[in-house]
Design a protein around this ligand. Sequence first.
Ligand code: ADP
Ligand code: MG
Ligand code: MG
Length: 213
Amino acid sequence: SSRGYATACVAALEAARDLLHAEEPRLGDMDAVAGDGDHGRGMVRGANAAVAAAADAFAQGAGAGDVLAAAGDAWADRAGGTSGVLWGAGLRALGGSLGNSQAPGPAELSAAVTAFAGRITGLGKAELGDKTMVDALLPFAETLARRTEEGAGAGAAWQEAAAAATSAAAATATLRPLKGRARPLAEKSLGTADPGATSLAMIFTVLGEHLAR
Ligand code: ADP
Ligand code: MG
Ligand code: MG
């Protein structure tokens, strides 16, 4: 039902928040290598605000799409930083694509992830290989779309997409950053994975336990 899926969306955001609390120091350290060191803190701030806004919207009777839109607006408002703006806008697009009417099937779920990715590339203008979160996000969205077209169930397709995102995030260690704050410190960044790609792969992995079942 739509109400049931709204519950799953709140639970998904809570799981992301708990994960980010645990990973905050590591993400901060990664961002400190060539950035300003605030990625862990910013993601925690954004996720805290998103969970509060989602729970509030849910309590007022909102469906899944409106729960995610409220979460996205709060994330963008409170996180600060480049990644916060992009995550917030992405979540709003995810919610807009899912809508409030019913629990999505695999095709609707994949379309919503494509909308999330399209919003982030549209706003941030990063391309594959620029050493940003997009390097994990596009393999995720593409794997999810391909496996869904091939008839995989939502849970299985999501797991494969999460595995693709995780290895793509790790592989960013060999890249020089071409976007964002890390760009002037490109040489320092070599050997360390992009923090935004790393957090994205981790977050999408836990979201699947709630959104794709
Ligand atoms: P800030 O760089 O403003 O301090 P964060 O540290 O929270 O923000 O986020 C840094 C991450 O943002 C980078 O690791 C990268 O993944 C992502 N990022 C930076 N610029 C872009 C962009 N133009 N498009 C997509 N992602 C980006
Ligand atoms: Mg930073
Ligand atoms: Mg910053």
